[in-house]
Design a protein around this ligand. Structure first.
Ligand code: EPU
Length: 293
């Protein structure tokens, strides 16, 4: 099959995803597109669909595990979708806008929940897709609207309803998120936001390996009283290594890249953890990280 010329440029631009994922592993896609507008994204989705080329969406690459070697098909990166518009009652942000920067601005802008999300890396699109957050706040606290493209390249705009966002889940699987709207609450003062931010940051620094290269929590917390981190620690797996991948000694639900880890090292460690936790506790740990095989 002869692909349109745009694919030649996208091939030339494709670099290793180990440079674009927070855990620092992953191979090179055949094609990489980095559009600067929703319309540009739409063209890429339609082009790939018409050419039968599978398309992966890359946000901040922070909750993602990509295979080694060449990645089949194309990648569309959203990092150039960076608009940021402030209104009296809301803030509109592009999917490629950095979430840590939004969290800092949320303190003065009175966006509920977000000041309680320091130390969560990634892009706005990624955190919306994953409904990121934790005990001090989450995306769901303030998200009111999401815009994007469905798998056919049709533009959509969805007003968030109660029940749309679950534990690390959103209704946007198979879609490309291009932007989000967060509400502002006049009752939330900068002092309140600052206090929440400080408290959450202190707690995060004490409990998570923020400076290490990782993909965040690897597994979802299973139903029941015990967290994935607790189950892994109780199975004596903290510090366990395969190649360059290691179970964090600080928080057992993180796998850190100690240097030259490959995706194969990380995968092998994941499978070992799952087997050990199943044997010791009878619990099946489900992946939280997104994976591209
Ligand atoms: N624990 C251990 N050993 C560990 C880690 C944790 O015993 O190595 C225990 C803790 O002592 C605590 C319990 O497990 O009693 C829960 O741990 P923690 O409070 O650290 O929270 P978590 O459930 O492990 C979740 C999210 C994090 C989020 C934190 C903070 C998941 C899978 N993880 O972690 O999100 O930052 O709460 O709110 O839901 C992520 O999703 O990538 C992530 C980092």
């Amino acid at each position: 099959m002869v692909l349109p010329r745009d694919f030649d440029d996208a091939h030339a631009r494709a670099d290793s995803l180990s440079l674009r994922t927070s855990i620092g592993v992953g191979g090179r896609p055949r094609y990489l597109f980095e559009p600067e507008s929703e319309e540009g994204c739409r063209e890429v989705v339609r082009l790939c669909r018409a050419s039968g080329v599978p398309l992966h969406v890359l946000g901040g690459g922070c909750n993602l595990l990509v295979t080694d070697g060449e990645i089949e098909g194309a990648v569309i990166a959203t990092r150039n979708l960076k608009h940021f518009r402030v209104f009296d009652d809301r803030v509109e942000v592009g999917a490629g806008y950095g979430f840590p920067a939004l969290v800092r601005k949320a303190i003065d802008l009175g966006i509920p929940g977000l000041p309680g999300c320091p130390g969560i890396p990634g892009s706005v699109g990624g955190v919306v897709f994953m409904n990121a957050g934790g005990r001090f706040g989450s995306v769901a606290d303030a998200l009111s609207e999401v815009s994007g493209l469905d798998h056919e390249g049709n533009v959509f705009r969805r007003f968030i309803q109660p029940g749309d966002l679950g534990y690390r889940s959103s209704p946007f699987a198979g879609c490309l998120v291009t932007g989000a709207v967060f509400r502002r609450d006049p009752a939330q003062t900068p002092e309140m936001g600052q206090a929440l931010h400080r408290k959450a940051m202190t707690w995060k620094r004490d409990t998570q390996p923020l400076a290490a290269r990782s993909a965040g929590c690897i597994f979802k917390n299973p139903p029941g009283p015990y967290s994935a981190g607790w189950l892994i620690e109780q199975a004596d797996l903290k510090g366990l290594r395969i190649g360059g991948a290691m179970v964090s000694t600080q928080h057992a639900n993180f796998i850190v890249n100690t240097g030259e880890a490959s995706a194969k090292d990380v995968w092998s460690l994941i499978m070992l953890i799952q087997a050990e936790v199943k044997q010791r506790h009878g619990v099946d740990l489900e992946l939280e990280v997104q994976t591209w095989a």
